[in-house]
Design a protein around this ligand. Structure first.
Ligand code: SR1
Ligand code: MG
Length: 421
C-alpha cells in the first residue's frame, strides 16, 4: 500500500485517541499541526493546542523511504523502533539531555515526544554565532554516560552480548558505510562537488594511499567494533540547545559500534562550523577569529570533559564492584595503565572518524548548511579545501596526535595556512 503522510486532521484525531497525549495537549477541540521536518529521513510535526501553545508535542514518523530522495530509495519503517529504543535507553541514562517519549506506535512507525520549544538546532545556532556556555559540559556528560553504560566496562558480558544482537540496524548502518566511508572516496554519482573545488583535491581523496588506508581502517572499525550503543549520527543537527539546556535528538542510526564514532561526529561538526566562519562572520562584519577560538575551545573542552567523566564512571564502577575490567583488583597500577591506553586509542578513533565525517560533508550527498550557505564559490572552495586538509591530517596522524590540545593546535595551524582555490 502506498504511504500517505498524515493530513493535519488525521494526525489530530489520532493523537486525541491516545490518553497520555490527549492529557498533555488539553481538551481544546482544535490542534495546530505543522510539518517541520528538515532532516533527511523522516516526517516531523509540531502539534500544539490552539488555545494554549505551551501544550505541545512533537510527532516523528518514518515513511518507507528516505525522505531526502523519495520512493526511489526504500527504507524499512522498522528503523523507528531502533530510534525509540535508543531514546528510551539514552533517556534513562541521561534524562536531562534526551527528550521524553510520551508514546510510540510500532504499527504506524511513529513516536510522540517532548517538544523543545525554547531550543534551536545547534547547527543553526552555531551559524548565527551563538555562544552556549554549557554545551561542552552537557555533550560530554551525554557521551560519557551513554558510551560507558552500553559497554563491557559496565554491563555483564551476557547482557552486553544480548544488547549487541538486539540492536543491529542494518539498513541505516549501510547508509553510513556507503555515504561516510565509501562513496566520498570513489567516483560515485551520489557525490556533489562544489563548483570551484579544485579537481586535484577530489583526486587526492581517491588516490592518496595513506588517506585511503586510514579510511579503510575506520570503516573496518565502524563495521566490526561493537563496543557500545552509539547514537550513530551525532552531528550538530542532532542536538537542540539554548544557553541553559542541551538535548540530543534523532538516534535513528543507533547501533552497537565504536565509541569514537559519536565523539568524532560531534568534534567533526565543531570543526566544520569553525572553518565556515570565514564566510559567516565576514558577511556579518565580524572578525571570524573570536568565534573560531571559542569553537576550538569547545573541541578541547568536550574531549576533556568526556575523558574525565568517562574515566570517573569507570573508576566508580570498579570501586563499587571491587573488580577492574582487566580482571584484577580494582586499584592496581595495571588497571590505570589499561585505562590510559584505552583513552589514547579512543582519541585516535575519535580523530579518524572525525576526518571521515568532515570529508563526507564536503563531497558527499548530504551536506551541511554552514558550508552550503557560503554564497561565494571561491570562499566556499577555500573553506572546503581547509576542511579536507585537516580531515586528512586527522585521519593519517590520528595515532601521533597524543592530546586534544595538539588537535586544536593543528586545526588552528591549518586555518592560518594559505589555501588556493
Ligand atoms: C541519506 S541520509 C544522509 C544522512 O542523513 C543523516 O543525518 C545521516 O548523517 C545520513 O548519513
Ligand atoms: Mg537525523
Amino acid at each position: 500500500m502506498r504511504f500517505e503522510a498524515f493530513s493535519s486532521s488525521e494526525l489530530a484525531a489520532y493523537l486525541r485517541g491516545i490518553p497520555a497525549v490527549h492529557a498533555r495537549l488539553g481538551d481544546d477541540s482544535e490542534l495546530q499541526v505543522v510539518e517541520v521536518g528538515d532532516g533527511n529521513l523522516n516526517y516531523v510535526y509540531y502539534v500544539s493546542s490552539a488555545r494554549d501553545p505551551q501544550r505541545s508535542v512533537v510527532v516523528k514518523q518514518a515513511p518507507p523511504f528516505l525522505r531526502l530522495v523519495g520512493e526511489g530509495w526504500p527504507l524499512p519503517r522498522e528503523r523507528m523502533e531502533r530510534e525509540v529504543a535508543a531514546l528510551r535507553r539514552f533517556g534513562a541514562l541521561c534524562p536531562q539531555h534526551v527528550p521524553r517519549v510520551y508514546h510510540a506506535d510500532s504499527e504506524k512507525f511513529l513516536i510522540v515526544m517532548q517538544r523543545l520549544d525554547s531550543h534551536r538546532v545547534l547547527r543553526q545556532g552555531l551559524i548565527d554565532g551563538i555562544v552556549y556556555p554549557h554545551l561542552a559540559d552537557h555533550v560530554s556528560t551525554f557521551l560519557a554516560r551513554t558510551l560507558f553504560h552500553g559497554s563491557d566496562l559496565y554491563l555483564a558480558p551476557d547482557a552486553k552480548k544480548a544488547a549487541v544482537g538486539g540492536d543491529i540496524n542494518t539498513e541505516l548502518c549501510r547508509i553510513t558505510e556507503d555515504l561516510v566511508f565509501t562513496f566520498p572516496f570513489e567516483d560515485d554519482p551520489s557525490n556533489v562537488y562544489s563548483p570551484a573545488l579544485p579537481a586535484a583535491a577530489v583526486e587526492r581523496l581517491r588516490t592518496h594511499e595513506p588517506l585511503r588506508r586510514a579510511v579503510g581502517e575506520m570503516k573496518w572499525a565502524f563495521m566490526n567494533h561493537a563496543e557500545t550503543l552509539v547514537h550513530g549520527d551525532l552531528h550538530t543537527g542532532s542536538i537542540m540547545a539554548n544557553e541553559r539546556e542541551t538535548y540530543v535528538i534523532d538516534p535513528e542510526f543507533a547501533f552497537y559500534g565504536p565509541m569514537g564514532f559519536d565523539t568524532g561526529a560531534f568534534i567533526a561538526n565543531l570543526l566544520l562550523a569553525c572553518y565556515a566562519r570565514d564566510w559567516h562572520d565576514r558577511v556579518a562584519g565580524r572578525d571570524p577569529a573570536v568565534y573560531q577560538r571559542w569553537l576550538l575551545e569547545q573541541v578541547a573542552q568536550v574531549w576533556h570533559g568526556f575523558a574525565e567523566k568517562f574515566a570517573g564512571l569507570w573508576r566508580m564502577h570498579e570501586r563499587e564492584t571491587g573488580r577492574a575490567y582487566i580482571g584484577g583488583p580494582a586499584d592496581t597500577r595495571a588497571a590505570e595503565a589499561f585505562r590510559e591506553d584505552f583513552m589514547r586509542r579512543l582519541l585516535a578513533d575519535t580523530l579518524g572518524f572525525a576526518g571521515c565525517k568532515m570529508i563526507r560533508r564536503i563531497v558527499g550527498m548530504a551536506k551541511v548548511a554552514e558550508i552550503t550557505g557560503i554564497k561565494d564559490e571561491v570562499v566556499r572552495a577555500r573553506v572546503e579545501m581547509r576542511c579536507l586538509r585537516l580531515a586528512e591530517a586527522l585521519l593519517v596522524q590520528r595515532r601521533e596526535l597524543a592530546s586534544i590540545g595538539a588537535v586544536a593546535a593543528l586545526a588552528a595551524q591549518v586555518l592560518a595556512e594559505p589555501v588556493e582555490a
